[in-house]
Design a protein around this ligand. Structure first.
Ligand code: GDP
Ligand code: MG
Length: 685
C-alpha cells in the first residue's frame, strides 16, 4: 500500500495554483464543491518516482487569513482545523514572483501557521522578462522554508518541485508574529491545541471570534469571553505590522534590486511634495478630463449620428409602422446607448495605462493613501473616484486595480455619487431656472459656482458614506497595501492600446447585454399604450390636421406628447405622481424621471417631447416649460444623488459578481435623492 501524503496548494488568486495543479495531476483530478458553499473543490493525485502517492488539493485563492468571503472561509476552515478531512500534511505556497510585495504577505501568514511548507516562486519567466532577479536563497533564509522557482505555464522548475514532494519537510522555525500582550489567552488556547504555533492559535481564535469557523471549534468561545478578547483590534494590529515588515524588507528578496535612479529621485521631490505634488496632480487630472471630454466627443457624435443614420436607412427600407420604429428607436437607440460609452472607456483606460506605465500613478496613490484610508479606501481609489466625474462606467472597471475587496467595494459603491458628464446637460438645463446668468466681478460665473457646489455635494456625501461604512461595519479587513515607488519610464503605447481595447470589449460584451435589454423594455413602455386611447388620439389629430390652415409641425409634436402621456410609460408617470408630488414634481416630470433611467441625458430630450417643444435649449422652449424655483432646485438635488443610469448598474453587477451591491446602491441612492429633494422642496416651496 502506498502512503498518501496530502498536499495543499495555497496562494493569492492568479498566482498560478490551478496551472500548477493541472501540471501535477494531469488527468487524475476531479472537481466538486466544498460542503455548503459554491466554491470549486479541485482534488487530484500524483505518483512519485519513489512509489509513493500524493493527493493534491487546489485551495481557493486568498489574499489573507482574515477576511470572510466564502473562498477565504474555506481556506481557514481547512487550515485551522487539524480534524478537517482536507487538513494537509504539507503546504505548497504559490506566490506570483512579479508581485512579491502582496504575495509574500499571505505567504508569511501561512508559514507562521507552523505547518510543513514549501514556497514556490511562480511566473519566474515573467520576472526574468521584467529584468529582475529574485534571490531565492535570501527568501529561503528569511522565512526558513525551502524555496523553488517555477514557471507553471511553461513547466520550468516543475521536476525539481516534484522531487521535493519525496522529502521530509519541517515547519519553519521563524515567525513574524509577536504574541506580546496575548501570552495568557494563547496559553489557554494551547491547552486544547498542543503543539501549535502562537500564530496558529491566534488565527483560530480570531476565526472563531469572527464566526468564520465557529461550528467546529466552539470550545474557544469560552476562552474568548473569559479574556474579553477583541479579535478585530488584534487582527488589524497584526496585519499592519506584517505588511510593514514585508514592505521594509522587500529589497532583501531581490538581487541587484532596481534601486531608484537619480532622475526618478529628483522627480519624486516634486511629485510627492505637499504643494507641488498637489499642483502636478491637479494639472495631470485636469488634462485627463479635458482629453476624455474633447477626444471622446468626436467618436461619440459619430457613433450617435452614424447609428441614427444607419437606423433611419434600414427602417426606411421597411414599411412604416411598429417594426420600423422598433429598429430605429428600440434597437439602434439601445445599441447606441451601449456604444456611445466606448470612446470614453477606451480613452480613460489608455490614459490610465500610460500614467501607470510612467510610474506616476504610484506617486498619486502614495500621496492620497493616508487621506483615503479615513474613508475606507486606499491610494489606488483615487483614479476611479476622479474618473467618476467623467463617467462611472470605466471608473467602476478601473477599481479592479484595488487589491483589497473591501476597499474596492467601497470605492465602487460611491463612484456614482461623483457627478458624471451625463449629469452636465441636466444641471445646465435646471440651473438656468434657478441662478441668473451673471458674473461676479465680470469673470466668475455664478451659475458655474453653483454647479461646482453640486459637484462638491456629491463628492462629500460619497466620502461620508465611505466613512460611515468603515466606522460602523463589523469586520475590518485591512488592505495589504504595500507601496513601492518604481522608476519613471517611457510608457508603452502598445500597452495602452491593448488595455483600451480590452476594456472596451469587456464593456460591450458584458454590460452591453443588460443595457440593450433595459432600453428595449423602456422603448416598449413608451411606444405602446391602451389601443382605444391611442385610436382616439390618432383620429383626433387626423381631424385637426385635415383643417385648412393647420400648423402641421406643432400638431405633430402635440400628438407625440399626447401619445407619450397615454403610453404605458406615461401611465407609470401618472402612477408615481402621488409619490413624487411632495418633491414638487408632476406626472410629466415623472415620465422624464423614469425615461432618464436609460441614461440621464435622456431627461432633457424627454422633457422637450412631453412639453411638445422643438428643443429645450432654445429660449422659447424654456418659456414653454415652467418650473417653479423650488421644483427646479429639488430636481437638481435629486439628480445629484439618484442612480439614474442603468449602464452603471450593469457594470457594477459585472464587477462585483452579483446583483446585491447594485441593488443596494440603487435603493440607497434613490432614497437619499428622494429625501434630499423632499427637504429641498419643502424648505423652498
Ligand atoms: P490561480 O488563480 O492561482 O489558480 O492561477 P491560474 O493558474 O489560474 O493562473 C492565472 C494566470 O496566470 C493564467 O492566465 C495562467 O496561464 C498564468 N500563469 C500561471 N503560471 C504562469 C507562469 O509561470 N508564467 C506565466 N507567464 N503565466 C502563468
Ligand atoms: Mg485557480
Amino acid at each position: 500500500m502506498k502512503n498518501t501524503r496530502k498536499i495543499a496548494l495555497v496562494g493569492n488568486p492568479n498566482s498560478g495554483k490551478t496551472s500548477l495543479f493541472n501540471k501535477l495531476t494531469g488527468l487524475n483530478q476531479k472537481v466538486g464543491n466544498y460542503p455548503g458553499v459554491t466554491v470549486d473543490k479541485r482534488v487530484g493525485s500524483i505518483a512519485l518516482k519513489n512509489g509513493n502517492n500524493c493527493s493534491i488539493i487546489d485551495l481557493p485563492g486568498t489574499y489573507s487569513l482574515s477576511s470572510s468571503n466564502s473562498d477565504e472561509q474555506v481556506v481557514q476552515r481547512i487550515l485551522l482545523n487539524p480534524k478537517n478531512a482536507d487538513f494537509p500534511d504539507m503546504l505548497v505556497i504559490v506566490v506570483d514572483g512579479t508581485n512579491l510585495k502582496r504575495n509574500l504577505f499571505f505567504a508569511s501568514q501561512i508559514i507562521d501557521l507552523g505547518l510543513p511548507c514549501l514556497l514556490v516562486v511562480n511566473m519566474i519567466d515573467l520576472v526574468r522578462k521584467e529584468g529582475k532577479q529574485i534571490d531565492l536563497n535570501a527568501l529561503s533564509q528569511y522565512f526558513d522554508v525551502p524555496v523553488y522557482a517555477l514557471s507553471a505555464r511553461g513547466g520550468e522548475g516543475l521536476n525539481e518541485l516534484i522531487k521535493a514532494f519525496e522529502l521530509d519537510v519541517v515547519p519553519s522555525a521563524k515567525s513574524m508574529f509577536s504574541p506580546a500582550g496575548l501570552e495568557e489567552i494563547l496559553q489557554d488556547v494551547a491547552l486544547s491545541r498542543p503543539g501549535t504555533t502562537d500564530y496558529f492559535r491566534f488565527k483560530v481564535m480570531n476565526a472563531v471570534a469572527q464566526d468564520t469557523v465557529s461550528d467546529e471549534m466552539g470550545d474557544l468561545a469560552q476562552i474568548i469571553a473569559k479574556h474579553g478578547y477583541n479579535p478585530l483590534k488584534e487582527d488589524i494590529i497584526e496585519v499592519g505590522n506584517r505588511a510593514d515588515q514585508i514592505h521594509r524588507d522587500l529589497s532583501i528578496f531581490y538581487k541587484d534590486t532596481n534601486t531608484k535612479n537619480s532622475v526618478s529621485q529628483k522627480l519624486d521631490k516634486y511629485t510627492t511634495h505637499p504643494f507641488w505634488g498637489l499642483l502636478i496632480f491637479l494639472s495631470v487630472f485636469f488634462i485627463l478630463f479635458q482629453a476624455i471630454f474633447t477626444f471622446a466627443s468626436y467618436p461619440m457624435d459619430l457613433i450617435n449620428d452614424g447609428l441614427y443614420d444607419v437606423g433611419t436607412i434600414i427602417s426606411s427600407w421597411m414599411p412604416p409602422g411598429i417594426w420600423a420604429d422598433f429598429i430605429q428607436d428600440g434597437i439602434f437607440a439601445g445599441v447606441g446607448g451601449v456604444l456611445v460609452f466606448v470612446p470614453q472607456i477606451m480613452i480613460l483606460f489608455a490614459l490610465i495605462a500610460i500614467l501607470e506605465d510612467t510610474g506616476y500613478l504610484s506617486r498619486v496613490a502614495f500621496m492620497s493613501d493616508g487621506l483615503l484610508k479615513v474613508f475606507g479606501m486606499n491610494g489606488k481609489s483615487i483614479v476611479p473616484l476622479v474618473g467618476g466625474f467623467a463617467c462611472a462606467i470605466p471608473s467602476v472597471m478601473a477599481a479592479r486595480a484595488i487589491e483589497s475587496r473591501r476597499e474596492r467595494l467601497i470605492t465602487i459603491f460611491i463612484i456614482p455619487l461623483m457627478s458624471c458628464s451625463a449629469r452636465l446637460p441636466v444641471y445646465v438645463f435646471l440651473v438656468s431656472f434657478i441662478v441668473p446668468d451673471e458674473y461676479i466681478g465680470g469673470v466668475i460665473s455664478v451659475q458655474g459656482l453653483f454647479m461646482l457646489g453640486l459637484y462638491l455635494l456629491g463628492l462629500i456625501v460619497g466620502l461620508i458614506i465611505g466613512f460611515l461604512i468603515t466606522r460602523f461595519s463589523k469586520k475590518q479587513e485591512q488592505g495589504a497595501f504595500i507601496l513601492e515607488l518604481p522608476n519613471y519610464k517611457i510608457p508603452s503605447f502598445r500597452n495602452a492600446l491593448t488595455n483600451a481595447l480590452n476594456k472596451g470589449k469587456i464593456f460591450v460584451l458584458e454590460a452591453g447585454k443588460v443595457i440593450l435589454i433595459a432600453s428595449i423594455i423602456l422603448w416598449v413602455l413608451s411606444y405602446f399604450g391602451p389601443a382605444d386611447e391611442y385610436a382616439q388620439i390618432e383620429s383626433h389629430y387626423t381631424e385637426l390636421l385635415s383643417q385648412p390652415n393647420a400648423d402641421d409641425m406643432q400638431l405633430e409634436m402635440d400628438k407625440r406628447a399626447e401619445l407619450l402621456e397615454h403610453s404605458y410609460l406615461g401611465k407609470i408617470g401618472h402612477a408615481i405622481e402621488p409619490i413624487i408630488a411632495p418633491l414638487g414634481y408632476d406626472w410629466k416630470i415623472g415620465i422624464a424621471l423614469v425615461a432618464s433611467f436609460a441614461a440621464r441625458e435622456v431627461f432633457v430630450g424627454t422633457m422637450s417631447t412631453i412639453y411638445s417643444v422643438e428643443t429645450v435649449e432654445d429660449v422659447s422652449g424654456l418659456d414653454a416649460i415652467q418650473f417653479s424655483y423650488a421644483t427646479a432646485f429639488s430636481l437638481l438635488i435629486f439628480y445629484v444623488f439618484a442612480l439614474q443610469c442603468m449602464s452603471t448598474i450593469a457594470i457594477v453587477k459585472q464587477e462585483t459578481g452579483g446583483w446585491k451591491i447594485p441593488i443596494v446602491q440603487f435603493v440607497v441612492f434613490t432614497g437619499i435623492a428622494y429625501f434630499a429633494a423632499l427637504l429641498t422642496f419643502q424648505l423652498l416651496g
